[in-house]
Design a protein around this ligand. Structure first.
Ligand code: PLP
Length: 461
């Protein structure tokens, strides 16, 4: 310990942050190293070089000081990247957050009468009219939407789900587990690849509460398959007086078809079909803050609002402010497409991305001259977060691979790591032995070029 604290870089950290925090951080890293040694050769992070040690201490200190959260440049080609924070907010949504953060507001207060009001009143009417719903309610995220719907409408009863839709969508959202936590019984129907309307009909009993369908947002089943049409399920549920609930995952508030995105999965279309309740996220295709929207039949929504669980899931004022401002932009489609970053990036033309690539290429090529082969390539972006999973958006990227004649299969990974070490980390993706920087989501061109100047080729590659 004494020797470690004596290192020049550690002394610098002590001067900046104080002895106590640095000593604690060094101790934690030491303990991590001991664990790595115990695991032996198979352990990850078994790099004991001094630079690596100091970097790890530095990262630990950032965590302690609470400034570990910082901006990155998302050049991964995934527009709604859950690990990178999903939807970016429009300027007007950001101002709205500022407004309620800085000032007292009429969040739950009717200024006219001086009486208490519902916080959801600020978004309810706009949401209802945009998706053609009788009623809506909002919660913290879409996983909470599903739980609230199930716990309210199917407590201690059976929920019918096709075996082909027992999904896991990452981040520990697994339908069978959600059923359990919501206190309902999962009644599996049909088989993994084929489910018929008769399978549902046969499974209906006095203990059935509802039929649940989850939009398969991150996989497709191909081959010998049969999925029951939603219209058939609408008829069956009406006949038996059971609610039909659809978890859409992502909910677009406008038809994106004319922009080359065959989006027939809008909440509006689903409710029109006669589905009783739909749920979707606020920070996927909607392009707003993290929240879960539950929309549909008024009698059912009223019951959800009364559920004690709802209080534990209620949205905060920042979410409501940002959502209201985002919804307002949808009153003018052109404006929504320009000002809501998710929609802007989704519909950004390949031509525009190509000219951005042409502009920034010389700087990158120059910086990496003699080290790597840099080229402009055609690539494909994805929407991400399970929205439109099989839709690939033609885009343009910068591909960087090791120079001809140079060895080293680890090059793309080392290069990716060097880009991540920049003051504003640049996140690309590795594809076919190259690091690819998909430029679809790059809007801060000057900032990016400044980062490139900071790239430390000699030390990192
Ligand atoms: C994304 C998604 C969810 C979870 O939504 P969160 O807002 O992340 O909680 C649930 N169901 C489906 C089908 C999804 O795609």
């Amino acid at each position: 310990m004494h020797k470690l604290l004596g290192l020049f870089e550690i002394q610098e950290l002590i001067a900046e942050h104080g002895q106590a925090v640095v000593v604690d951080s060094v101790r934690i890293i030491q303990e991590e190293y001991r664990n790595i040694l115990r695991l032996g050769a198979n352990a990850e992070n078994n790099d004991f070089r001094k630079e690596v040690f100091i970097e790890r201490v530095r990262d630990k200190i950032s965590l302690v000081f609470g400034n570990s959260l910082r901006p990155v440049l998302n050049l991964s080609g995934i527009i709604l990247h859950t690990n990178l924070g999903r939807a970016l907010l429009s300027d007007s949504a950001i101002s709205a957050i500022n407004m309620v953060a800085k000032n007292a507001s009429n969040l739950e207060y009717d200024v006219n009468s001086g009486n208490r009001n519902e916080r959801e009143a600020h978004v309810e009417e706009q949401l209802c009219s945009l998706i053609g719903a009788e009623a809506v309610t909002i919660v913290n995220n879409n996983a909470a939407s599903v739980m609230l719907v199930l716990n309210t409408l199917a407590r201690r009863k059976e929920v019918l789900v096709s075996r082909g839709e027992l999904i896991e969508i990452g981040g520990s959202f697994r339908l069978p587990d959600i059923m359990k936590s919501s206190n309902c019984k999962l009644r599996e129907v049909g088989t993994t690849n084929r489910t018929y309307i008769e399978d549902y009909a046969k499974a209906i009993s006095p203990s059935s509460a509802l039929i649940f369908k989850a939009y398969s947002s991150n996989f497709t089943i191909k081959g010998f398959t049969k999925v029951v049409e939603e219209k058939e399920l609408v008829n069956l549920t009406k006949e038996h007086n059971l609610p039909f609930v659809l978890d859409l995952g992502s909910g677009a508030l406008m038809e994106l078809k004319k922009h080359g995105l065959g989006q027939k999965q809008t909440p509006l279309v689903k409710l029109k079909k006669g589905i009783d309740v739909v749920t979707f996220s606020g920070d996927k295709l909607l392009g707003g803050p993290q929240c879960g929207v539950i929309a549909g039949r008024k009698d059912l929504i009223i019951r959800m609002k009364k559920n004690a669980m709802k209080r534990a899931m209620r949205c905060d004022k920042f979410t409501i402010a940002a959502l209201a401002a985002t919804l307002k932009l949808y009153q003018n489609e052109e404006k929504a497409l320009q000002e809501i970053p998710t929609l802007r990036l989704l519909t950004r033309s390949k031509r525009e991305i190509q000219s951005l690539a042409d502009r920034i290429f010389p700087d990158i090529a120059n910086k990496l001259k003699g080290t790597a082969k840099v080229e402009i390539i055609n690539c494909y972006s994805q929407v991400g977060s399970g929205a439109l999973p099989d839709k690939l958006l033609p885009s343009v990227g910068i591909s960087i691979r090791k120079g001809i004649g140079k060895k080293g299969g680890a090059f793309p990974n080392r290069l990716a790591s060097a880009f991540r070490k920049l003051p504003i980390p640049v996140i690309g993706r590795i594809h076919g032995g190259a690091l690819v920087l998909d430029l679809r989501c790059l809007e801060e061109e000057a900032l990016f070029l400044k980062q490139i100047q900071n790239l430390n080729i000699r030390a990192d590659l």
